[in-house]
Design a binder for this molecule. Structure first.
Ligand SMILES: [Zn+2]
Length: 231
């Protein structure tokens, strides 16, 4: 965690900036935009086995897209709690669809060290902590676990072709030693599903049961409804 990111978030909360989604002066996400994204109903964007069951909170468009971009590209630490809350709906939907009632590990998709350093925080890890913390308070047995890391040399996915993305992740995803447990994968955005599929394959090969994947936003590409996005 970089102090600069904390300072920026604190300044935004204390002195007011502008809404990352609509630009209105005020908090980092204004009340109207906050309500708009929280009203999005989770939807299944892919049906399949393991990590190929994917639920998203909404399309990667409009307010949701603006908030994710602001969080990732403008060091928007103050938006992490909101994105975590949105991901929570997708997590609950996957667990419910699989009929899972026992202990669960929430495994965030790993970011490269360079990305974390540039951003000042590890977005998916902080989201996983937020989701698991809130669900534990509701009495559910769920923990965030860094089950995957990216080996050094992994490039960020931005700007890579679909094929390059798959091989970039697939070749560098490393499974950390964890007691075998049912897992649910977590990411901010899904575009082709290549990252989640690679993660699911790596974890399954290491003896883990992957129930599915939860994301905040899905680019329309995933179900063939539009143009590609970023991941
Ligand atoms: Zn707004």
């Amino acid at each position: 965690m970089r102090w600069r990111a904390v300072l920026d978030a604190a300044a935004d909360l204390a002195w007011g900036g502008s809404c990352a989604a609509c630009g209105r002066p005020g908090p980092v996400c204004c009340q109207a935009c906050d309500r708009t994204v929280r009203e999005l109903a989770p939807r299944r964007v892919r049906s399949g086995e393991g990590a190929d069951l994917i639920w998203a909170r909404g399309d990667y468009a409009a307010e949701l897209r603006a908030l994710i971009l602001a969080c990732k590209e403008r060091q928007g630490l103050g938006l992490v709690p909101l994105l975590g809350d949105l991901a929570l709906g997708s997590v609950a939907a996957v667990a419910y669809e699989r009929g899972h009632g026992g202990a669960l590990l929430l495994v965030p998709m790993p970011s490269s060290r360079a990305t974390v350093a540039e951003r000042g925080f590890d977005l998916t890890w902080l989201m996983a902590r937020r989701v698991s913390g809130r669900l534990r308070r509701l009495g559910l047995d769920i923990r965030a676990a860094r089950g995957l890391t990216l080996a050094p040399g992994a490039r960020d996915q931005v700007g890579l072709s679909v094929a390059d993305r798959a091989s970039n992740r697939l070749g560098r995803m490393r499974v950390r030693r964890l007691a075998p447990a049912p897992m649910l994968l977590l990411d901010d955005i899904v575009t082709t599903g290549a990252t989640l599929t690679a993660a699911g394959a790596a974890l399954t090969a290491a003896g883990h049961q992957v129930l599915g994947a939860a994301v905040v936003a899905a680019t329309p590409r995933l179900d063939g409804r539009g143009r590609p996005g970023r991941r």
